[in-house]
Design a binder for this molecule. Structure first.
Ligand code: SAH
Ligand code: F3S
Length: 488
């Protein structure tokens, strides 16, 4: 079986396929409430999941309470993804499903949020008759007004992209949380303009969030007993706070603002010191922006996990150039070498795209040979999906036949599985620290959690609870999971 998205690991740090978060009731069971009910479903990347928590927070203040039951919802929001055509089709299908529910509950309003809202704007109202509201990723603060429009019987749209918005003062309502891990967003938008990618169009220009508000959010999570924080951005290494504003305007900032600027290495250092007992992760790192200072900061702090998600997209320098990735094959190898030198036991994962326009069999072999050399722990692999308005869509022909894209995808999946298994085998016999996240999906009698390198570890339950850090001796493994037993 070949899928467009293949996650060779338990948890995808950069997930762009149709995963659903159901909003949790925040009002306690059995209490009859007059509040209006909000149901949120999220698709795509972690940033969307994090944004849904911001949306829930904004609407909770407006008198909504969240529900997991769509049938009782007054307002249904779909936070959508445009990264590949398949992601959009998934949302379209879901909207069709809502027809039935809306027939039974005609008062119910449906809103589309996120990247599809931004990409399609008010066209979405024509294309999807069921939809009442369209809200882009920078317009969530306007939701209270938009809901008033709905109440007045009108359709509502706001897709304005912002230069400043980072929702820095919004304290997210943690939806569907395991109470252990949480996302904290640190940048929004992306300036990289990879030629295949729709994100710069749907999420706007890159801007960073005030570090003080990031730290406050992390501390609040610590007080609430969370144990793991993932700092989120499309390109976290490019984080730069100089008092607010777009990254591209940094050069125009005052000397004082420049002198007190906070970059990603500094931010990581600050967060690691402020929440000492918590694990810190981050995603995503773009190779062109990852500096040695970040690597040294990871090495310096025990609580920053030794794991880097480092998308490469192709092993061919020619294709990387056409993708506008900002680094070639050799520079990527150099970076991987520095990572392995500075952080010897660092886990590394990748994103890869097969069948980018003009990709030849030689290019594909280069991708396979890059993988052979890096020996990634795991990866997220996709075949190229042309996205309207991107540079690639405008200037290049989507000329690789689907069967070829799929065959190449299958080749890299096979290779990744081989590497994942080989890497997992190197853990056998070792004692590793695992943060327990919950009950294993396969067995009620087992916990699952992750080691610092982000590999899923499963072991028999005794008297632990989610959120505990335990030592597990690894005894066997599959391509995706390490299995062992507790030894402390
Ligand atoms: N900011 C991240 C990536 C965000 S998109 C970075 O630095 O790379 C997540 C992944 O989706 C990308 O890494 C890429 O592998 C994949 N992707 C993005 N656009 C795509 C497209 N048009 N077709 C197929 N896969 C795509
Ligand atoms: Fe997309 Fe490249 Fe940014 S993949 S999110 S344009 S780093």
């Amino acid at each position: 079986m070949v899928e467009t998205t293949t996650d060779t690991k338990g948890k995808n740090p950069n997930q762009h396929n149709g995963t659903i978060t159901l909003a949790e009731g925040q009002n306690g069971d059995g209490i009859i409430s007059e509040k209006r009910k909000l149901y949120v479903e999220s698709y795509g990347c972690q940033m969307n999941f994090s944004d849904s928590e911001i949306v829930a927070s904004i609407l909770t203040k407006e008198g909504f309470e969240t529900t997991r039951n769509v049938d009782e919802a007054d307002l249904v929001l779909l936070n959508t993804c445009s990264i590949r055509d398949k992601a959009e089709q998934t949302v379209r299908k879901r909207l069709t499903n809502f027809n039935k529910i809306k027939r039974a509950n005609p008062q119910m309003k449906i809103g589309v949020l996120g990247c599809m809202a931004e990409r399609l704007k008010d066209k979405l109202l024509d294309e999807e008759k069921l939809v009442d509201m369209v809200v882009g990723p920078d317009a969530y603060r306007d939701l209270p007004n938009l809901v008033k429009e709905l109440d007045a019987g009108r359709k509502a749209v706001n897709v304005i992209l912002s230069k400043e918005e980072t929702y820095s003062d919004v304290s997210p309502v943690r939806l569907g949380s395991n109470g252990v891990s949480a996302f904290v967003s640190i940048t929004r938008g992306c300036d990289n303009m990879c030629t295949f990618c729709v994100v710069p169009f749907t999420r706007g220009r890159e801007r960073s969030r005030n570090p003080q508000t990031i730290i406050e959010e992390c501390k609040e999570l610590m007080v609430n007993n969370f144990k793991e924080i993932t700092l989120l951005g499309q390109n976290v290494d490019s984080y730069l706070w100089y008092g607010g504003g777009l990254k591209k305007d940094f050069e125009k900032a005052s000397d004082a603002a420049k002198a007190s600027a906070v970059d990603f290495a500094k931010l990581l250092d600050m967060v690691a010191q402020e929440v000492p007992g918590m694990r810190i992760r981050f995603s995503t790192s773009n190779p062109q922006d990852m500096g040695d200072d970040v690597l040294h900061t990871i090495a310096k702090h025990d609580n920053i996990c030794n794991y880097i998600h480092l998308p490469v997209q192709s092993g061919s320098s020619r294709i990387l150039k056409l993708m506008n990735r900002g680094h070639n094959r050799e520079e990527y190898f150099d970076l991987v070498h520095r990572i392995k030198t500075i952080i010897p036991d660092c886990g590394i994962s990748h994103d890869m795209i097969t069948g980018f326009p003009t990709e030849t069999e030689e290019d594909h072999q280069e991708t396979l040979s890059l993988m052979e050399r890096v020996q990634y722990d795991f990866g997220y692999m996709f075949y190229y999906s042309e996205r309207p308005n991107t540079y690639a869509a405008r200037k290049m022909e989507d000329d690789i036949p689907l069967e070829v894209k799929k065959r190449r995808l299958n080749d890299i999946i096979q290779m990744q599985q081989k590497h994942s298994l080989a890497n997992n085998k190197t853990h056998l016999g070792k004692i590793e620290e695992v943060l327990i996240e919950g009950t294993s999906k396969k067995s009620e009698d087992e916990w699952y959690g992750r080691n610092p390198q982000n590999t899923v570890v499963v072991f028999p339950k005794s008297n632990e609870k989610p959120g505990d850090f335990v030592k597990v001796k690894i005894e066997t493994c599959t391509t995706a999971t390490l299995l062992g037993k507790r030894v402390d």
